[in-house]
Design a protein around this ligand. Structure first.
Ligand code: CS2
Length: 477
């Protein structure tokens, strides 16, 4: 068994591994990131370290896990060092990332999290708290007042457990300390993510910290951002193989693709790392980029996940390389999703689709359908609803939606979803309106979708076809 990765063992990494060449031990925190999952560590952290390598800057990251201490237990014994393997089946590169300088767990270290966000050194707070972390209700931008965690935070705002509650408490602290302006960047796969973040924070502040609302108006900005890198959850076997490549035992190892993209609205009220020097794009209007990302990468991903699970396929590359399933996925992209997009001038959608197909086919990632299938009730409205709202509903997307409904109502597969209890209750019930019930959890209702009765009828027919013919025949052309 090799030695654990750490500051002390770092000089022993195998030749060919890129080790941090800057004075990372002296970095102070300039960014606090909420939601220290694999995605942040392979995406924003990598861009930030590249920016430091390119132009310097004191931009250490304090990473915050909301509840679980598992990332802290992986990273702290390694002096927060971890390796990122980027591969696409032809080329691979392995590097050790050092820009994360501390890990906190909000559930047990609330005070330290508040101090970190209130600190004058912190100029940016970024978030990957997933779609459900924003606690929005049916309209997708105001707080769901029935949300259990949120209700408890509203009753007890000094002991919050939701990300929004923690953020508001910390910002109130910053205000009380006369804090400088702060830019908050949502990096979640939500439409208008910055505006949603601003809206829920304002609403929450208005309910519990009345003086915070005015301060937020003057001292904070919320640029929307579009993030794109496929980062599967770490698997033990992968981590062992990666540790062998590293020559050191890395319990926080992450494997990802080579592709990496970040587009941010240029709306900051505080300094930022030299991200623009290392490939991050700054734009005035994020909307078209966001639609392309959610409406193509994520929309296709969710369809792959449910089709794959129902057909007994484990990973994304297995689905796209299966002639029947892959054929369906390709038709979904080209016939249903692409025609619904309008692209910025000069954007080559055809090569984007081709490149995406290659990314999905990446055999190194082993990206599990079950991982993408999680939280469907939150993801579907972001990914599929805009196309379902069109005057003519494309057939392949209706098939994808039928797969999700069948998966929820008819299959025996596990459901990992914030509304899992409600969805499983519908699965168990003989209620004739249970389809409408499932759709409503994904914000697909008579109010949100024109021609809703026809949609339900088409879905009933599709679901019956899956029951009769099986999912493969249903998805075959
Ligand atoms: C995926 C995303 O799990 C999922 O829902 O669709 O995490 C996807 O891999 C990323 O958004 C890619 O940028």
């Amino acid at each position: 068994m090799s030695e654990r990765l750490s500051q002390r063992s770092l000089p022993q990494v195998n030749a060919g591994v890129r080790a941090p060449t800057y004075d990372w031990q002296r970095l102070e925190p300039g960014i606090v990131h909420l939601g220290l999952g694999a995605f942040h560590r392979a995406h924003q952290a990598v861009f930030t370290e590249d920016a430091i390598l390119h132009s310097g800057g004191n931009w250490g990251i304090t990473g915050v896990s909301m509840r679980s201490d598992s990332v802290a237990r992986q990273l702290l014994p390694q002096d927060c060092l971890y390796s990122v393997l980027a591969e696409d089946g032809r080329e691979q590169s392995l590097r050790v990332v050092a820009v994360v300088r501390n890990v906190l767990v909000a559930a047990t270290q609330l005070e330290a999290v508040c101090q970190a966000i209130a600190s004058p050194r912190t100029r940016i707070v970024s978030l990957t708290i997933t779609e459900k972390g924003y606690c929005t209700g049916a309209d997708g931008c105001s707080l769901d007042r029935d949300h259990v965690q949120l209700r408890s935070d509203l009753d007890n705002p000094q002991q919050p457990t939701s990300a929004i509650g923690v953020l508001a408490l910390a910002l109130e602290r910053r205000r009380l300390q006369g804090g400088q302006p702060l830019t908050l960047i949502s990096c979640d796969n939500l439409s208008a993510n910055g505006r949603v973040l601003a809206a829920v924070l304002r609403e929450y502040a208005g309910l519990v910290f009345p003086e915070l609302s005015g301060w937020l108006e003057e001292h904070t900005r919320y640029p929307c951002s579009m993030v794109d890198r496929i980062v599967p959850a770490a698997a033990a076997r992968q981590q062992a193989a990666q540790s062998a490549m590293l020559g050191l035992d890395d319990k926080a190892a992450i494997a990802t693709e080579r592709f990496n993209q970040w587009i941010i609205e240029d709306d900051f009220c505080s300094e930022r790392p030299a991200w623009d020097a290392v490939g991050v794009q700054f734009v005035d209007n994020i909307l078209p980029y966001e639609r392309i990302k959610l409406g193509l990468v994520n929309a296709t991903h969710s369809a792959i996940a449910y089709a794959g699970l129902l057909a007994g396929r484990e990973t994304v590359d297995e689905v796209v390389s299966d002639p029947t399933l892959g054929g369906y996925v390709h038709r979904l992209m080209t016939r249903s999703l692409v025609p619904a997009l309008s692209v910025p001038a000069g954007f080559d959608l055809n090569s984007y689709v081709e490149q995406l197909w290659v990314r999905f086919s990446n055999p190194c990632l082993r990206h599990r359908c079950a991982q993408i299938a999680m939280d469907g009730s939150e993801k579907i409205s972001q990914r599929w609803l805009p196309v379902l709202q069109q005057a003519t509903r494309p057939e392949e997307l209706l098939k994808a939606l039928a797969c999700w409904c069948y998966y929820v109502l008819d299959s025996a597969l596990d459901i990992s979803d914030p509304r899992a209890d409600q969805l499983l209750a519908l699965r168990a019930s003989g209620d004739p309106t249970r389809l409408q019930g499932v759709l409503a959890y994904a914000r697909i209702t008579a109010e949100s979708v024109p021609g809703y009765p026809q949609l339900c009828e088409q879905l009933e027919q599709n679901i019956n076809r899956i029951r009769r013919e099986g999912v493969r025949a249903f998805l075959a052309e």
